[in-house]
Ligand binder design. Structure first.
Ligand SMILES: [Zn+2]
Length: 267
């Protein structure tokens, strides 16, 4: 089964690389992640959540990946360095290549279910001691995690003071709605077993700050002010979302004179 899956993935990658540049030849859109232009991006999602212009035919990046890519390209020199301890949860293949090239040893891929990663990891209970990671990249994961506040607290715990994370989630409403909140559209969740555990709203930023993080939220307009470029990059639609960049405050000397931590500190 594993071999069949690997062959299928390999075939799909080969087909994309060979056929997509021809089949979708054009200049109307440009994917900054794989640096190729096409006639259009492909649709993603299904049913009422189907959206056009989402997926790059070649590298399969989504709107959110292209948004993150622009941010990372702009900040690469400040954020990434060789051999930093970098945890990439639910790794996106093209971004994974980029991080691995920038970091090398120290770059770790992790997931709870997938087998093509280095570490099996539950974000609600990370296996790392306190303050051991320089950075975490965890995109579109928390909406599927039963206790997202615990997962956010775990990210905070394992990051070193001054460490950073990108923790984007899909935003659907003004305020976050849990699947099991009485009186909400629970029936919709029951009908859709693949549905997220919660629909996040704009108050998501507050959850990050409640855990102790300093937060910065970037819209597509912040990262690419030129509307025509946003349209060309396929990051101008309402489903692109926002980039949530967080940092664990640097420790003051009073709080932690030695700057050391030990596994016993783990909460
Ligand atoms: Zn691409």
């Amino acid at each position: 089964m594993q071999l069949f899956k690997a062959l299928e993935v390999g075939f799909r990658r080969w087909r994309n690389q060979l056929i997509s540049p021809i089949k979708y030849r054009g200049e109307a859109v440009h994917c900054p992640v794989c640096d190729h232009s096409f006639s259009h991006f492909l649709p993603a999602g299904s049913g009422e959540r189907k959206r056009p212009g989402a997926v790059c035919p070649l590298c399969r990046s989504r709107e959110r990946d292209r948004l993150s890519w622009l941010f990372l390209q702009e900040r690469e020199n400040d954020l990434l360095e060789k051999h930093m301890q970098f945890l990439h949860v639910a790794p996106e293949p093209r971004l994974s290549e980029f991080f691995f090239n920038a970091i090398g040893e120290g770059y770790i891929t992790a997931d709870l279910m997938r087998k093509d990663v280095m570490v099996r990891l539950d974000v609600q209970d990370m296996l790392y001691p306190n303050e051991t990671m320089d950075a975490i990249y965890c995109n579109h994961v928390f909406q599927d995690v039963p206790d997202d506040r615990k997962a956010i607290a775990e990210c905070f715990r394992v990051l070193r003071p001054g460490g950073w994370a990108v923790v984007n989630v899909p935003l659907f409403a003004e305020s976050t709605m849990e699947a099991n909140t009485p009186g909400n559209v629970r029936s919709a969740w029951d009908k859709r077993p693949d549905e997220h555990v919660r629909n996040y709203g704009l108050d998501y930023q507050q959850r990050l700050e409640d855990a102790g993080f300093e937060t910065e939220v970037f819209s597509p307009e912040d990262l690419e002010p030129d509307r025509q470029k946003r349209e060309r990059f396929g990051i101008d639609g309402p489903r692109t979302g926002f980039l949530h960049f967080v940092r664990k405050p640097a420790a003051s000397n009073e709080d932690n004179p030695s700057g050391d931590s030990s596994p016993e500190d783990r909460a």
